[in-house]
Write a protein that binds this ligand. Structure first.
Ligand SMILES: [Zn+2]
Length: 83
C-alpha cells in the first residue's frame, strides 16, 4: 500500500476555464481571424475561446489556420515535455 495515486481528475494545460476550441457552423458570413479568408454561412470553422476576455468572446479561424495552430501547439507541448 505504498503507491500514492493523484487524486481527482487529471488536469490538462489546455482545458482552461474559458473552454477549448470547438467546431461551429458559421451562422453569419464572417472572416477568418488570422488569414481573413471568407467564412461563409453554413460552412464550419473553429471557434477559439479568448482567455482573459469575456466568455462570449471567441476567435474564429478557418480549418487551414487551425491546422497551423495545432502544429504550433504540438511543438510547444514537445518543449514542455522536456521540463
Ligand atoms: Zn484562416
Amino acid at each position: 500500500m505504498s503507491s500514492q495515486k493523484p487524486k481527482g481528475k487529471t488536469p490538462s494545460l489546455i482545458s482552461g476555464q474559458n473552454g477549448r476550441p470547438k467546431r461551429v457552423t458559421v451562422g453569419k458570413a464572417s472572416k477568418c481571424h488570422r488569414c481573413n479568408s471568407a467564412l461563409s454561412k453554413g460552412q464550419t470553422c473553429i471557434a477559439i475561446p479568448q482567455t482573459g476576455e469575456s466568455f462570449a468572446k471567441e476567435k474564429r479561424v478557418c480549418d487551414e489556420c487551425f491546422k497551423l495552430i495545432i502544429e504550433q501547439t504540438l511543438r510547444d507541448l514537445n518543449e514542455i515535455q522536456q521540463l
